[in-house]
Design a protein around this ligand. Structure first.
Ligand SMILES: [Fe+2]
Ligand SMILES: [Fe+2]
Length: 374
């Protein structure tokens, strides 16, 4: 066994990143639960240093956030009629019916006709928006924890505005699922493992790394992709509003950790690198949408090998890391500790994004929603 393989087994529970059996063995066995408790021990930190704008960049973000508040109930055109099936049909036509173009011989999908593929498209959208909603609740909880645990007053102020933002995001995704789509999905098991890991860690900066850099970095890319693809005006506007908040949240992570990481040792940085890698793999593992196949009456194991061959799948999966990788680079995480994370992101096939714009720089351009988009 190579050194790299031992490392993978210890960190993500399997040697081979693409071990489908191991990925699909992680499934949600508590999908009926309505409450999920996570035990967490950490210090709640008061500061008696109330000097506002001791960290000018965080102060600027806070002032921006106060001006950028919007109302989920009154600022979006909820009266819009959404024909989910028609949109799925139109979208499949627009993107060439990616999955339908695959060679599915030897799988249960050979018997699928239009009706099954349309239903799959509908379920897939229900699943995706449900995972967005669960992730948003993760952000709500994590950011409330940051208010308590971060030692700087400017960060406590800013994080408090993010708590409000995340409540609004949970609210809009939940309402969109209830009013415009056709069913909820429970949280994906890989995503839940990741959220549990983030919230269980007692170190305040790990909350930031897991949520603001990894989960929100991926969300920002995913929302951007869906924003470009969708032709549904309510969803488009909703995503644009959410993205303007999310870019601020990721920038909050970058600006805070940049300062904190300056004081960490190589061994401490290596811990952060492993955490970032684990989070990246967990987020990648959920792309198989196991729960959608289950609901369609198909054993995910019978179709996963075919799905992995779709040429667009890898491109789509990788583009979701387009914010995470440059932000990790900006934080110095790629090349700390002999470049361990650079090696891992190379294995994952996402190192090519390292020189894309980092969110510490680009968030200002995403702040204002242009008039023509409102
Ligand atoms: Fe959010
Ligand atoms: Fe967020």
């Amino acid at each position: 066994m190579t050194e790299a393989m031992r490392e993978n087994a210890a960190i993500i529970g399997r040697d081979d990143l693409n071990d489908l059996e191991a990925i699909m063995a992680v499934s949600n066995t508590a999908s009926d639960e309505t409450r999920h408790d996570v035990h967490s021990v950490y210090d709640t930190v008061f500061t008696w240093d109330y000097e506002k704008s001791a960290r000018p960049k965080l102060d600027k973000l806070y002032e921006k956030a106060k001006r950028a508040q919007w109302n989920a109930q009154t600022d979006l055109p909820w009266e819009t009629d959404v024909d989910q099936e028609a949109l799925v049909v139109a979208n499949a036509a627009a993107n060439g019916g990616v999955l339908r173009s695959l060679d599915v011989s030897g799988t249960p999908l050979v018997s699928w006709g239009d009706a099954e593929w349309i239903q799959f498209g509908i379920e897939s959208q229900n699943w995706t928006l449900s995972q967005f909603m669960h992730g948003e609740q993760g952000a709500l909880v994590c950011t409330a924890k940051i208010v308590e645990s971060v030692p700087w007053i400017d960060a406590k102020y800013y994080a408090s505005t993010q708590v409000m933002d995340e409540a609004r995001h949970v609210e809009v995704f939940s309402k969109y699922l209830d009013d415009k789509l056709s069913g909820h999905y429970p949280i994906n098991a890989h995503l839940r493992l990741l959220l549990d890991d983030i919230i269980e860690d007692s170190r305040w900066d790990m909350t930031y790394l897991g949520m603001q850099i990894m989960v929100e970095g991926l969300a920002l890319a995913a929302f951007g992709f869906m924003y470009q693809m969708t032709t549904e005006p309510l969803l488009k506007k909703m995503l644009r509003y959410v993205m303007s908040d999310e870019s601020r949240h990721v920038a909050f992570g970058v600006l805070s950790l940049q300062e904190h990481y300056q004081d960490l040792t190589a061994a401490e940085l290596r811990d952060r690198q492993e955490f970032a890698f684990e989070a990246a793999v967990r987020m990648r593992d959920r792309f198989l949408q196991q729960e959608v196949w289950d609901r369609m009456g198909i054993d995910p194991k019978s179709v996963a090998p075919v799905l992995l061959q779709a040429p667009e799948r890898e491109m789509f999966q990788n583009i979701l890391f387009s914010k995470i990788v440059p932000n990790c680079k900006k934080l110095g995480l790629l090349d700390a500790a002999d470049g361990w994370l650079r090696t891992k992101f190379t294995e994952l096939g996402v190192i090519g994004f390292e020189d894309w714009a980092d969110t510490g720089e680009e968030y200002e351009s995403m702040q204002e929603v242009p008039a023509e988009e409102v």
